[in-house]
Design a protein around this ligand. Structure first.
Ligand code: GLN
Length: 242
């Protein structure tokens, strides 16, 4: 098989109900970047009630209102055993905001409703009365500086069996108490950052693509990609030094 016959299949989880603040852009960006690394891409959607497709290489899911989270909750639990198996098998995944919360143990809304999560992340979320809104900058040992935009009221606390994705430099992140943002477990990245996240943070895209390619094809040779425009966008999003 030649290099350009290699295909990576990206699954977007719940694009109908969980797709706000440009989160669909993560799928487009990931697909485009994978193509620049020499892979063909196939994008599939999974919405509530759909048969879960086989042969998925990367899974991406976005944010949603509390109401959207309620709509997808039952289906998420239906496919949860499969998702957890994929996580343990090393399938790369990106879960943003509302889906990130449901990748934890539970989300107790401000009205006291408990939405059970699927426990990929050792994390609990509780709805707050204040919305955390604005541009956010974090530092990650793995990915360097991560920039984005947050808009959530849920406050997430990580347990001992999960790592933070980044340490907040500007903005709020997981909660108002500590400086954690997002979560990392196996090849799964959880984050509150919209924006979309991936166009401005290509190191996370490259991580997802590399993990997917190594799992499917056993190797990964990155292409050299000119990220000058990305650098400009990151600078604007992070805010120039005064
Ligand atoms: N409903 C959740 C919250 O406000 C998630 C919001 C989102 O996905 N942006 O905490």
């Amino acid at each position: 098989m030649t290099r350009n016959e290699r295909t990576l299949t990206i699954l977007q989880l719940y694009p109908r109900d969980m797709n706000i603040y440009g989160d669909w852009g993560n799928v487009l960006s990931l697909s485009r970047r994978a193509r620049r690394h020499g892979y063909a891409t196939r994008i599939l959607d999974h919405n509530p009630g759909d048969e879960f497709p086989a042969e998925i290489d990367v899974l991406v899911g976005g944010g949603g209102q509390d109401s959207g989270q309620s709509v997808i909750q039952e289906d998420l639990h239906r496919i949860a055993p499969h998702l957890r198996q994929m996580v343990e098998d090393g399938t790369p995944m990106l879960a943003i905001c509302g889906l990130y919360q449901l990748f934890g143990h539970d989300f107790t809304t401000v009205d006291g409703e408990v939405l059970q999560g699927i426990g990929v992340f050792d994390a609990h979320t509780v709805g707050g009365t204040e919305r955390l809104i604005g541009n956010i900058v974090t530092e990650s040992e793995e990915f360097g500086r991560i920039v984005g935009y947050e808009n959530h009221s849920g406050l997430t606390t990580l347990g001992p069996n999960v790592q933070r994705l980044g340490t907040v430099v500007k903005g709020e992140g997981n909660n108002l108490e500590d400086d954690h943002e997002g979560a990392r477990y196996r090849n799964v990245v959880g984050s509150y950052l919209h924006g979309s996240l991936l166009p401005k943070n290509p190191r996370i895209s490259d991580f997802l693509i590399e993990a997917a390619a190594r799992k499917r094809y056993g190797d990964f040779t990155p292409a050299e990609i000119d990220d000058a425009l990305v650098a400009q966008a990151r600078e604007v999003a992070a805010g120039r030094p005064r």
